[in-house]
Each structure stands twice: as structure tokens, then as C-alpha cells.
Design a binder for this molecule. Sequence first.
Ligand code: PEP
Ligand code: MG
Length: 927
Amino acid sequence: MTKPATRIKAGKPDGKQWVYMFDALEAVEAYLQPKTWDEVKALLGGKGANLFEMTRLGIPVPPGFTVTTEACNAYLAHDRQFPPGQWEQETAALRRLEEKTGKRLGDPSRPLFVSCRSGARFSMPGMMDTVLNIGLNDETAKGLIALTGDPRFVYDSYRRLVQMFGAVVLGVPDEPFEDFIEKMKKNRGVRLDVELEAEDWLRITAHFKGQIKSYTGREFPQDPGEQLEMATRAVFNSWFGKRAVDYRNATGIRHDLGTAVNIQTVVFGNLGDHSGTGVAFTRNPVNGDKELYGDYLLNAQGEDVVAGIRNTLPINNLQRDLPEAYAEFIQICDKLENHFREMQDVEFTIENRRLWMLQTRDGKRTARAAIKIAVDMVQEDLIDKKQAILRVNPEQVDMLLHPQFSAAAKEQARIEGRRLVKKAVNASPGAAVGLAVFDADTAEKWGREGKPVIMVRPETKPDDVHGMIASKGILTSHGGATSHAAVVARQFGTPAVCGADILNIDVEHRIFSVQKESLIEVREGDWISIDGGTGEVFLGKLETQDPDFEREIELKTLLSWADEVRRLGVLANADYPKDAERARRLGAEGIGLCRTEHMFFEEDRLPTVQEMIMATSRGRRISALEKLRPMQRGDFEGLFRAMDGLPVIIRLLDPPLHEFLPSYDHLVQDLADLKVQIQHFHTLSEIDQALAEVRRKEDILTRVEALKEANPMLGLRGDRLSIVMPEISEMQIRAILEAAVRVKRDGVEVYPEIMIPLTSHVNELKYIRKILDTTAKAVFEEMGESVDFKYGTMIEVPRAALTADELAGEAEFFSFGTNDLTQTTFGISRDDAEAKFLIKYVEDGILPQNPFQQLDTLGVGKLIEMAITSGRRVRPDLQVGICGEHGGDPQSIAFCHQAGLNYVSCSPFRVPIARLAAAHAAIKEAT
Ligand code: PEP
Ligand code: MG
């Protein structure tokens, strides 16, 4: 993870406007000339910009003002001092707010209350701080009681301010506050917060104040101006809070953007049963259906809904509870969606039947929903196909292709009584299997140790995010589809089941229980399985199965649009017919790399391969190879049939031969064991057998020793094998061409391409070409029929890239083996670097990313560009592709597009991602 810089660039010079009223969007736009909506968001934060826009659209938004991100950046850059003029402008804006509302901050007879909320350019839900009800103090509390006649409401609101102020601004731990409320409820014999009386809240408020005093040594500030100033600072500071930094690291948001602060008149949702608060999505964020999706609570304020403290009501019930507000709400949701042409995530409060919109933003959604919404919006004429393509992040597609639980596995678990939860909120789809853990730190620790974990909590809070990132799944007993756990899980594509209220989760004792036929208890470290698509929870490990791509109608539609615009071809790396078939179903346009050695590792072939390697003469080697030929031919026939009509690029044997033999250490150990065993044998035949085995192992050991190299990855491998042992290549070429002729006879359209690995000198290509021509001639004569084929090379070492013009004289195509090319360009081992130093390099920012995952465009990429240019100078129709792991990485694919490659080749499951990423690259280039 990247550590943020501690200092941030300051904003533009002083004497400028740091604060804007919500109805001053024109002034913002004038300042930003020429403005784009992105720039407005960069200045006002996403939340602020949308509040301004809603105000301009005439939607009821409680009035307020925004302190810009430039002010935050100036503050953070100058030792956490407000920039000159900011506070004066903030107080002037406050005066204007007082004029607008006819109320005054701190005036008991007509008190104004404001909230102070963070809002960065990119939404970071719950990761930074918020303080509600600023302006409440002992005096205004009394004034508000006189105005509303509702002391319960007033002291509930007051304690919220004291609690939030204590936790957020003064850093007092939150748990003792919550514990005290729980204790109070127990004393009173009630279950819910709303059942507490005015005097309870008064006592709670007084207790909280005492806690602040004892923790900080100072009183809770009674001066509303001071409250506002301190809250503004706290929100600025929260930009560098741990939660926010973790979240930005996990989501790739830059650390130098800063947050705006939105100061807004408070409307009260906790004024009784004609008031309430809620959050909703304008479409279903889990499956993308066009329906309102959300929750609300009557007589509640602010964070109650997302905090999952009380179980919420589904949004449709609001029609029954407060029909007029509901009707207006529906209209506003439509208006917002049509205006932004995007699914919106809105927050609202109803104060005495009057609806107020507190926020709108583009809603976070699952991969499935993202795809469905994008496709539906094209069909509804809201966006065009290219916009739809850009709305879906290529990596999201991966999530749809994740395994699911099979119906049989679930049924079995159900019969065995292992289904713990039949239906809770299916908050984020996907199957997850892991060990139950009960807190974020353990989840993070176990996750780092490589253990799959499922985090189980009554509810999650922003502080839990580091654990959520490390978890395979999330399970909560409280909170609905819009709870913090649900929103964050969807964001990360982590399966989640929320609000499973039949579970009794005891975090302290690290156990949860559920009453089925008998009481079942699950302890920390026990296996559980959750299905985030159905809301089920199972005890134990359930088997998973591959998803059915054919049923993903919207995804297939979106990918067909992607195919219309992309320029890059997408091929697959596949070694077996079944992989090739899968790749083709997922849209592969051929095989870009068949690693023939994988076929050698098959259990029934390895002994023959070893026999070939052990052969001490060419004759013996050829006779072992002859046994392998029909097997290889069968493999290639399968691949050609699966790819009927499409190219199949087959690479000759690449790895060092010792990889096919047991390791030196193993052999030594086995021999030692055998020699000990022999001493315990009694019969002659037992001893004879054992001695024969000893001799066999000793022979292998001698061969392993002979093959031993100090740097095997730079040794006898790749095309060097073809030159030192040409009979291996002869066998493989024969198998390829015989298979091609055979399938051609069956009417298959076959396009074989033979590829040489690890070439570094053109003479290698020339040498192997001769073997190829002689073998091909012989095969075609024997079979009385020929096939066209191509001859090409991988580019995997810098010398090949640097002499690409020479290579292109021989090779009809290039394929960049960027795994090896990265290894040889950096001079770092692809097998060891990550474990030894590479992760640290990335964490410390020495390298911007792991070059084995994302192509190093400045170094390796430069070699690729040079090779393409000089290769095409010699052979203008040279076909160029990439078949290293980078071929499935969206950023690297964008580079491949720009560099003018003809195709990328990646593992079958990444083919859809590559199709979409290639389309993104083409669309972005054109705009
Ligand atoms: C490569 O090096 O990028 C490549 C595709 O070959 P392999 O991973 O098999 O060495
Ligand atoms: Mg390689």
C-alpha cells in the first residue's frame, strides 16, 4: 500500500474565495473558467457539487455553504492553519445563512443548527468525519424545548452532538458512549433508543460531557462558533485519518485531493412519527433492477440508518407512513436520475412531514448491477453505447465470473441442518467461504497470513474497513441493504450478508449462535460459507462452481458493444481443449499461447518425458519422444477443433528440463530413506527390488546434477533446447502439423502458428526454421496433404527487442512474453522478487506498481514500442501481440492499444475483461 505524502500542494494564492453558498454555482463556474463538472467536483467535493446542483434544480435542500478543497489543501500544507480569510468568509456565510433561515446560531429564542460534513471529489462513504447539530448548548437546548415542547427530542439531539463532537473532534473513544446508552436501556428495561425518555437523554448528555472532561481535561465547548471552527478543522484533519488513508490506498484515490466541508442547516428527522430519515438508491444496486431500493427510520436522525443500529424499514413502506412526502420523493428521484443520467444514491430527512434532500451522488453498485444499469440506460435512451461501456470498470466483469455455490452443495448442507440463515439481506452477491473472525484487526492479520476469512460483526463501522478489505466475505446481524457493511462490500465486490438478526453475535467471547433444532455455536476460526446473492449462511465449507456465462444476457450485450468499438484482438492463453472451448465461449478470437510443456506434466506422460530426459543417446531420446508424439498430436487436434476457423499459436518447449525431474533435495532424501528401509527387508526379492529403485534414483540424481545450472531461467531453456536437442522440436512440429492435416481432412478450418520462445539472436530463428521446413516437407509428403502455417517468435529478452528488425526478416509474427521480458529488462527474478523485495518496493513507492502485474510502460513498454516500429519497418504486415500476464490487465491493455499491437492474449477467464478494457482504450483515444 502506498503511504500518503505528509505535505500537500497548497491551493491558489491568498485573497481568494474559500467559501461558497449553495445557491452560488454560477460564481463557482465563473471562478473555474473554463469549467467542467469534474473541476466543480474537485473544488466543492462530490457531495458539495451535487448539493449546489440540486439547489439550482429547485429541489428542496436545506440551505448551507461549502468550504472548498483548496482551503483544505492550504490548511494541510501550512501546518494545519486555516488560510487567510477562510474563517472570516465562513462566518460571513453563516450570517447569510441566518438571514435566509431567519434563525441565529446560539440564539435560544430562534436557534439555528448546522451540520458539518466532509465531501471529497470522489465519494469515500463514511471514511471521513461528520458532526451534526452544531449550535446546541445548554441554553439553546432550553430554547428548543420551549419551541418544540419536546424535551426528549432535544436531549436526544444534544447528546448526539456531544457524542459526535467528543469522538470526532476531540478523539474520545466512542465505545464508552455506546456502552453507557446500552446500560441505560438495560436499567430502563427497554430495547430501543427511541424508548428512552427525555430525562434519560439528559442524564446521558451530562454523562458524555463528564467523559469528555475527564478524557481531554476540558469542557465540551458551549460557544457554537467555537464548535463550528473545531468541527471544520476536524473534517479537514480526517482527510488523513487512518480510515480515509486505508480506503484511498485500497481504491487508488490520490492522497493530495483534500476534502471540502459542507455546512448545512440541520433539519430534524427525530421530531416524532411525522419525521424520519432514510437513504435510497434510484435503482437496485445489487441486481440493477429499475426499482427504488432503500431504507428509512421514523423518528431518527442522520447516521442511524446506515449505522445499522436499529433495523430499518423498506422504503416502500414510507408510502403508507408518510404518503405525501413519499410521492414527492419519487418525483425527485426521477428528476435526479434523468438529470445526472446515472443511478443516484440519495439521503433525505423528513421534518414534520416536509421532505428535504440532504445528498445525492452516483450510487455504488455491484458488478452485476453496473452492467444491467448501463445496458438498460442505453435502451431507455439516457446514455449511448460508448457511455455504457465506460460505465463498467473492466475489473468488475471479473466479479460476475466468480464461482457460485452449486445448488446440490446447498441442498446437501440444508439436509444436514447446516443452513444457519435462510434469508437475510443479500447485500453483495457472490459465494464466500472462510474462517469466522470477529474483529477487523484479526481479519487483517489472518488475511495477511493467507487465511481466507469472513468477518462477522453485529454491524460494521468505517473503522472496520481494513478488516473488510482483507475478508472474503462479510456477515452482520444488524443493518439493511444500505448499511455501511453493505455499501462497502459492494464497493469492493466482496460477498456480504447483512441483517441476519437470528444470529446472536458475541464479539467479546468470539462466538455466534443460532437456534436451529438445537443451539449451534460458531467460534472464531470455524469455517462458514455465505451466499451474498441469496442472503444464506451455512456452517462449514461449501463447494463452489463456475458461473454460467451464457445466462449473463446483459454482460453479453455490453461485450458485443465493446467488440464493435475495440481495435485490439483478444486471444486466450490455453493449453487444453476444454480451456480453449471455455475461452471461445467467453469471446476469445483464437489461442495466443499454448504452452506445450503443460501437456508434458500430465500424470500419464511425465514418466515418458523423464525417460526422454534421462536418455543418454539421441536414439534413446527419439524413441521416448516417439511415445509422446501421438499424445501431443491428440492435444493439438483438440485445440484445433475447439478453435475451428481461428488461429492457434503453439509455442515449442520452453522450460529448463530439470523442471520435469524430481528436485535434488527430494531425491537425496528419498535415497537416504530407501537405504534405511533396505536394512529391514528380509526376502531377497524385496531387497532386489529396493536396490533397483536405488539405482534408478541414483541415475536420476546424476542427471539432475548434470542439468543443474546456477541461473536456470537464463540457461538451457527456450529455443536453446531446440538447438541443443533438435529432436524435441522435430517431434513437436510433427505433432502440430500432423494434427493440422488430420483435422483439416475432417473439414476443420485450421490456422496453426508455430512460435519460438526466448529468442535472442536471428540465427536461432534461422536454425530452427530449417528444422521446421524439413519436418514440414516430410509430414506433408507422408500425408499427401499440406496446411498453411506461420512461423514467429516471442520477444522475451531485451536483445530480441533491440534487434527486432533482424528477427522480423525471419518471423511472421511477434508475441511479447512480458513475464520474461519484465524479468530480463529489470534483471529481477520473476520467481523470487515478490517474496524478497518487490512488495516493499511497491509499498515504499520505489516502484509505482508491481511490474509483473502492470506493465512497466516506461522501460519494458519502450522496448515493446521500439520492437514494433523496427519490426514493421522490415515486415509491414507483421502481426504483434502480447501473451504475458499483462495481456489480461486493463492498464496494460490500454498501453497495448496505444502501442499499436494487433491483439492481447490472456487466460480464458480474463477474456471478457480484456474485451471491455480494449474497448475503453479505443473510446478514450477517440475522445
Ligand atoms: C512470458 O514470459 O511472458 C510468457 C508468456 O511465457 P512464460 O510465462 O511461459 O515464460
Ligand atoms: Mg516466457
